[in-house]
Design a protein around this ligand. Structure first.
Ligand code: ZN
Length: 291
């Protein structure tokens, strides 16, 4: 009667001890057996770095390239989940693409550096995408691997459902939004819980028009830029339902429609009309009347 019951924690501990790394191992596939081997020049350059080290795997929408299966684990376990989330937010019933996204997971700093040098990528980048490919360095010191991963995967997943590139603030704003969604504690309230998201300091507010026309990463205000862009995506998706309107907006701008026009077509407001409500949402303070 007094037999000790195993708590979920102790079960997890025993499983971890029994499995070692083998349980979660990504099932590898020979290169020649992959259903999609179509790579960009960057993808080919990646596989040319320590070529004998690369292993490959495949799931419904992704092909994985990695050196160490343990390091590729998180990517393998989450990519299809994030794919499902995005498809659901977008309200897309059928994915018209048969092509798979290619995910390259680097786990050695020297390889990552050599690769970036070869393709001319910035020294400090920890991940970048080329449309359907994601190159990511699995930094052992990552504080929030899931957030970074969800952010980066969002770029390649959204690409499937769009007509072309997005304006910077929508591209990064939506990726950040998905990044936060990935780290909301499970089982604790809404999955869109705002607790992890910081609001914008009203003194650092960037008018929507200016945010929308940002063409390059603003080096001195990068954090503010990501924060306000994320809050804009969050505001449209959660405060202006249904969420598939957000997808309609993204599609229109990715097809070449100007942001102001697309916003008016989909949400029926101009940026100036929308700004006070967005500002109140993003700063937590009522917008002062214009002087
Ligand atoms: Zn990004």
């Amino acid at each position: 009667m007094n037999a000790r019951k195993m708590t979920p924690w102790s079960v997890a501990l025993v499983l971890a001890l029994l499995c070692g790394t083998a349980c979660a191992e990504v099932p590898s596939v020979e290169w020649r057996d992959l259903s999609d081997r179509d790579l960009s020049p960057q993808g080919k350059a990646a596989l040319a770095i320590e070529p004998e080290r690369w292993r490959h795997a495949e799931s419904t929408h992704f092909v994985y390239h990695y050196g160490d299966a343990k390091q590729a684990d998180t990517v393998w376990a989450h990519s299809e989940v994030y794919y499902g989330w995005i498809k659901e937010i977008f309200g897309v019933p059928e994915d018209a693409w048969t092509k798979k996204a290619h995910l390259f997971v680097f786990d050695r700093e020297e390889d990552w550096k050599a690769f970036k040098q070869r393709v001319g990528e910035g020294e400090f980048a920890e991940a970048f995408t080329t449309g359907w490919e994601l190159f990511i360095y699995r930094n052992p010191f990552w504080l929030a691997p899931q957030k970074t991963l969800a952010h980066e995967l969002t770029h390649v997943i959204a690409f499937r459902f769009l007509e072309g590139p997005l304006p910077l603030f929508l591209n990064e704003g939506f990726a950040e939004f998905m990044g936060y969604r990935a780290i909301v504690p499970k089982g604790g309230g809404s999955e869109y819980d705002l607790r992890v998201v910081q609001l914008v300091d009203p003194d650092r507010w960037v008018p929507l028009e200016e945010l929308a026309s940002t063409k390059t990463y603003p080096g001195d205000r990068i954090e503010d830029f990501y924060r306000e862009s994320e809050l804009f995506a969050r505001f449209l998706i959660l405060q202006n339902p249904p969420a598939d309107r957000f997808y309609k907006l993204l599609r229109a701008v990715s097809g070449g429609t100007a942001f102001d026009r697309a916003l008016e077509e989909v949400y029926g407001v101009t940026p100036e009309e929308l700004e006070p409500r967005f500002r109140t949402f993003a700063t937590g303070q009522k917008t002062p009347p214009k002087s």
